[in-house]
Design a protein around this ligand. Structure first.
Ligand code: PA5
Length: 471
């Protein structure tokens, strides 16, 4: 691996040297070194443990066998189907759509077939009826491969989508196993039962036992959709493994993920409770969505491992450079000191776009001619980081040499490790999501699912709404 293909982190603008009294002192970093080493050891010691939901750490190494099968299936799908639709939500959707956005043409579905080289691609992660209808308006169900992704097979959103699609296929006279693939738990869950009702004929991929949804992009959840798109999934996993090696040190000088976790932890302790991720790349726009789920669901926890009420976590915010310079950056520079901004910069964009000469007599416009869009976006990225620093606002930059399957694998794995270290620093369970589960149960109750009668009663007897507060 050439060093120039390596994702790096520059946190100069977090430090006292740049920010004066608003910055972090070297002695503060040094004081945290033992705690950081402990967090590192915790993650290292528990790598791959299914019972702790840490199976994700090994995905860059243990997916080889399944990849041959995935590549073979993907090839068949590319030949046979005009459309590929992912039905899933949360961890089952954000990874596939993020990788699609990062590595494929930004108007992929609008490209002519010969330029696309594969089926049109959709990820349906909501139960908005308008969106479902919109999908049905643009696909031909009999020419569509539906990948239903759900670990539990009990997520109302995904299963509602499944029921609608199953009915549509039936009405078209399509034998469901010909057009549907399940990605789910190895042996439990409703998708297994559904498959049994079709005589075990539905093609299935396993979402491994010890891997939670938000850490699942590097197993069949993400690998099958990516392979269908013709993305080099082996390179993606190689990038993740490479980052794993770069993060094998227990001090922040030789572990970029640990460095980011420590920076986030320090700012959390200072009461900065907003964590903005701002990629300067349209290809990485959805990386911010993926990261928001990873961070929010992993770290937003009421109690720590010792049973103390901690209400941990910082609020992740997605932002896009340069677009949000004209929307949010004013607040970042002059609003409350409650944020830390992480930029993702790209050194070489997938293509170059020269800015033509013109309007020489209008200096406000003419100066742009002869530059390139890459120069402009990079200058705006540097200028925003600099302006924030000058205003005493903490920010750091993750540098991507270019956006490739390899660097994307590096970035994903680094952010996953950062989240794991941050959870260990906070002494919380990074891998559960009791809050989400409670919402799921309340939905079951409202829709009359058997077994949730008590909860329904409780919800019905909640204090009556007061009409004065409805305007
Ligand atoms: O990260 C997670 O665990 C969640 O976001 C899940 O992925 C999401 O709730 C969907 O669950 P399931 O895969 O069981 O349908």
């Amino acid at each position: 691996m050439k060093d120039n293909a390596r994702v790096t982190v520059d946190f100069n603008y977090m430090m006292e040297k740049s920010l004066g009294s608003k910055g972090i002192k070297d002695c503060e970093l040094n004081a945290l070194a033992p705690k950081a080493a402990e967090a590192f050891e915790y993650v290292k010691k528990n790598r791959g443990r299914d019972d702790l939901f840490m199976g994700w750490t090994e995905l860059p190494y243990n997916q080889n066998e399944i990849i041959s099968d995935i590549l073979e299936t993907a090839e068949k799908i590319r030949k046979k189907f005009k459309y590929f639709v992912v039905l899933g939500i949360g961890g089952s959707a954000l990874g596939p759509i993020m990788v699609f956005n990062a590595l494929k043409h930004l108007h992929y579905n609008e490209l002519p077939e010969e330029k696309r080289g594969g089926p049109k691609f959709y990820v349906e992660d909501n139960v908005d009826p308008v969106r479902m209808q919109a999908l049905l308006d643009v696909i031909e169900p009999e020419k569509t491969c539906f990948n239903v992704i759900s670990k539990s097979g009990a997520t109302s959103e995904t299963m509602a989508q499944y029921l609608i699609i199953a009915d549509v296929l039936k009405k078209k006279g399509v034998f469901l196993p010909d057009n549907v693939i399940f990605t789910t738990d190895a042996s439990r869950g409703n998708l297994i039962k559904i498959d049994q009702s079709f005589g075990g004929k539905i093609k299935k991929y396993v979402l491994p036992d010890g891997v939670g949804g938000r850490f699942s992009e590097m197993c069949p959840v993400g690998l099958l959709p990516a392979a269908v798109l013709g993305i080099d999934v082996k390179e993606m996993l190689a990038g993740a493994a490479y980052m794993d090696k770069l993060c094998s040190g227990k001090s922040i000088e030789n572990n970029p993920a640990l460095a980011c976790a420590v920076l986030q932890y320090i700012t959390m302790k200072q009461g900065k409770n907003i964590n903005v991720l701002m990629p300067y790349s349209d290809n990485l726009k959805l990386m911010a969505d993926w990261y928001c789920q990873l961070w929010a669901e992993s770290l937003g926890k009421a109690v720590d491992y010792d049973g103390n009420t901690v209400n941990a976590g910082t609020t992740p915010v997605k932002s896009l450079g340069v677009t949000d310079q004209h929307s949010q950056v004013q607040l970042y520079i002059e609003g409350p000191y409650d944020k830390i901004i992480t930029f993702i910069s790209v050194e070489k964009y997938a293509c170059e776009m020269p800015i033509a000469h013109g309007c020489e007599d209008i200096p406000d416009v003419g100066f742009l001619g002869g530059h390139t869009m890459q120069e402009l976006i990079q200058a705006e990225n540097k200028a925003t980081a600099y302006a924030l620093m000058r205003a005493g606002r903490m920010n750091y930059t993750i540098k991507m040499p270019e956006v490739t399957a390899h660097t994307l694998g590096q970035l994903m794995y680094m952010l996953e490790l950062q989240t794991a270290y941050a959870g260990a620093l906070l002494n919380i369970d990074t891998y559960n999501q009791p809050g989400v589960e409670n919402g799921k149960k309340a939905t079951f109750a409202l829709l009359g699912k058997k077994g949730y009668e008590e909860q329904k009663k409780e919800m019905d007897s909640a204090p009556a709404l007061d009409n004065r507060y409805i305007v």
